[in-house]
Design a binder for this molecule. Sequence first.
Ligand code: SF4
Ligand code: SF4
Length: 276
Amino acid sequence: MSFEYDPNGNLANLIYEQEAKGQGDSRRPHLGCSQVGRECAREVWYGFRWAGQVVWEGRMLRLFDRGQREEEVLVKALRSIGCEVWEEDSNGKQFRVEFGDGHLSGSVDGVARGVPGAPKTPHLLEFKTHNDRSYKDLLKKGVAESKPQHMVQMQMYMCGLKLKRALYVAVNKNDDSIYTERIEYDPALAKEHISRGLDIIASERPPPGISTRPDWYKCKFCNFKGQCHSGVPLSMNCRTCENVEVKFGGEWECKLSGDKLSLEEQKKGCKEWKSV
Ligand code: SF4
Ligand code: SF4
């Protein structure tokens, strides 16, 4: 028997390239609750305003896909131990929450009842996959300290769905072990971050960032470090334009024409574009 090694990972690279080619537009219409707990408000603002199109490597896209696939597996696992799990609301749609002016929202993984420890209490479900290092940190510190962004996301969801408990289910991608934590609703934390999200949405200019130093270690991992620290121009679209106004009801309006802008129009911009 002989082996044909692929030491340069050529075949894998072909798959990554194919994944990368198939990626959709990463610009979301709304600000997601999953983003609000990020440490840097400026980074959240850049994302909401489509300051740059984030293009992911194929391997990263595979990782995101893996996270999605895990949801189904975990729902099945919870049902296997006797939990009732709902992935959709009474209208047959994924549970969603929305705050304020319609620009801040999020989609919920599910709701469960029969959770050991409090079987009668409905729990918000939040599923996350982790690499080994992140998982071990979670085990040591718990969600609030290790993953504050996830904690904020769950608090906002509980607020929106009027739930008092959440069940956080984490999977270690290294060995498939599972960590769970039941989380209590903290109305003050939820409201503080709903306000933070709405402030970021309402801000006409990029809010202050966590550092003015491009070599700050957290900035090195930011998708918008070029725009923030190195003078890379903001992408041309209506959301980065001086003339746009964020309107009630999740809408955007051009101050020059007075027109409401569809998503496609926002993405295109026009020749009157002037960077904020
Ligand atoms: S580069 Fe740093 S300061 Fe600028 S947006 Fe990103 S995280 Fe914030
Ligand atoms: S339509 Fe043109 S001027 Fe109006 S907000 Fe969009 S890019 Fe700016």
